[in-house]
Design a protein around this ligand. Structure first.
Ligand code: MAN
Length: 519
């Protein structure tokens, strides 16, 4: 017991009472024992105690002259009672400049130094107290963040589990609805197709009948002498059959159109309907249409009436290229025309579906809607699951303290750019002179050193830099009373560094008492 007390005495208070040569700190005092030989601290030689601070450098490491400037590279220790102890180069001892606040470095009296250690100590303690208070404020917020973060994780985890169950149920519902939809659509499709097919056949008949009337009318119109025949002379009277555009309908043109043998000179109604009409129906114009076209042409409104062309011959084509161009123009013209839907004659409009088909359609509509709704619910749930998984997949710190940054963005503007960091999302840069935002990086990982992983955030894989790497940002986090982006720089091209203050980085501060003891 006594022994251990003695030991305690030796290494603590007793050490402080050993008289120390000038310039020696308490921790080094045991090397300098009055009355005993002094051994240079590097062990190189032993000297009489009187050689210490005799202003002559004996030890190569300068340890024999802690209180004079005799040894280059020697260390002088100022106790600076009331402030912080300090080691200065012993070359500064007695140089006429007060380096130590207690003035001990100028013991030789070359200059009179005022001991201001107490004032400096007071100021230091006040400043440290202020920092401590801010740290305390930050830490209090951090505790709240931790609580909220932990609750949020727990709530989201439960939500995810529930949604995963709901998803399984919704998948079953969706599959059922899909099956019902398919079951309802099969008879609907059959009924509609049946109706549409019947109508298609009917429509063909209607169109054929109308076409026949048109053909008969054309026959009567062309048969000018009303002898119930259309002859070569009557065809020649119609300029629209002047295929080669030479100002007259020649014999060959008239014959080609009438599909006449060499000996024949006219066609009857049956021949006209069967052979002639299919060749001319696309361009044939009645006298009244021709008249209207001529009138319009005069007023410059309507283009020239189209000329006839004999299908599959090409005999009359002077220049095929021209014709191709015409065709192209025709196509363009048609496309324009198609924009306005041609009106369908009333008798060519498909009649309503019959009652049974309508019922089948209504049933299928209900099934389709139910399926769409089930599918939407499932997609919504899947999207919620993805969002939750993304949230829960992120490391918000050992106690969820950084979760407060998720979903929040912070900006910092320097002379050229406004920088933005959206927590666990991305970092961007926007020029103050305008233009679009440049992505500097997307949330990647915690990147601090092994002993302090949460000191640095890494946003990586931003927009690629011309002839350089993809942009990236390291965000250096430190304790603050508020979440704030306080600085941004580009230490190397397209590699950015942000400074960010956050309560989440505030560790528990020392008590005022602890702080004062430390200082
Ligand atoms: C932009 C900014 C700069 C970057 C250059 C690289 O001007 O993103 O920060 O250095 O591109 O070309």
């Amino acid at each position: 017991m006594i022994c251990s007390l003695l030991f305690f005495c030796v290494i603590t208070s007793c050490l402080a009472t050993i008289p120390r040569p000038r310039g020696v700190s308490i921790s080094m005092a045991s090397w300098y024992k009055p009355g005993a030989e002094f051994r240079c601290i590097d062990g190189s030689k032993s000297l009489p105690f009187e050689y210490i601070n005799d202003d002559y450098c004996d030890c190569p490491d300068g340890s024999d002259e802690p209180g004079t400037s005799a040894c280059p590279g020697g260390k002088f220790h100022c106790t600076n009672a009331g402030f912080k102890p300090l080691n200065i180069l012993s070359s500064r001892v007695g140089d006429g400049i007060c380096d130590c606040c207690d003035g001990t470095d100028e013991w030789e009296g070359n200059i009179e130094c005022v001991n201001n250690c107490k004032e400096l100590g007071k100021k230091m303690r006040e400043e440290a107290e202020l920092v401590r208070q801010l740290q305390e404020q930050g830490h209090t917020l951090k505790l709240q963040y931790m609580e909220t973060g932990k609750k949020t994780r727990a709530v989201k985890k439960t939500e995810l589990e529930e949604l995963q169950k709901t998803k399984v149920e919704l998948e079953t519902v969706k599959n059922e609805m899909e099956q019902k939809k398919n079951e309802a659509e099969t008879p609907e499709k059959e009924a509609k197709e049946k109706h549409e097919q019947a109508w298609k056949e009917e429509l063909e008949k209607i169109k054929a009948a109308k076409d026949k009337v048109k053909a008969e009318t054309a026959f009567y119109e062309m048969d000018e002498n009303k002898d119930n025949r259309v002859d070569l002379a009557e065809v020649k009277a119609h300029s629209q059959f002047d295929v080669d555009n030479n100002g007259e309908v020649c014999d060959t043109e008239a014959r080609e159109h009438l599909e006449l043998g060499d000996e024949d000179t006219h066609v009857d109604m049956a021949h006209f309907i069967e052979k002639v009409w299919p060749n001319i129906r696309e361009f044939y114009k009645s006298p009244s249409e021709l008249q209207a076209a001529a009138k319009g042409e005069k007023q410059g409104e309507v283009p020239e009436a189209p000329k006839a062309n004999i299908p599959n011959t090409g005999e009359y084509l002077e220049n095929e290229d021209d014709d191709e161009e015409d065709e192209e123009e025709d196509i363009e013209y048609d496309e324009e025309e198609n924009k306005e839907k041609p009106s369908v004659a009333d008798d060519e409009k498909m009649p309503d579906y019959d009652e049974l088909t309508k019922q089948l359609m209504a049933v299928a509509d209900v099934a389709r809607n139910q399926f769409t709704e089930a599918e939407k619910k499932l997609k919504d749930t899947e999207s919620q699951i993805r969002n939750l998984e993304t949230y829960l997949g992120i490391d918000y710190g050992p106690n969820e303290e950084f979760s407060v940054l998720k979903g929040n963005c912070y900006e910092y503007t320097d002379r050229e750019y406004t920088y933005k960091m959206c927590g666990f999302d991305k970092a961007t840069q926007r020029s103050k002179s305008g233009g679009s935002e440049t992505t500097l990086g997307n949330w990647g990982k915690w990147d601090g050193p092994a002993h302090d992983k949460y000191a640095i955030m890494n946003y990586e894989n931003g927009q690629s830099c011309w002839n350089g790497p993809n942009r990236s940002v390291k965000v250096h986090l430190k304790c603050g009373t508020d979440n704030k982006l306080t600085g941004a720089s580009e230490p190397s091209r397209c590699e950015y560094a942000f400074d960010f203050e956050t309560p989440s980085r505030c560790s528990e501060p020392p008590t005022t008492h602890q702080l004062h003891t430390e200082l």
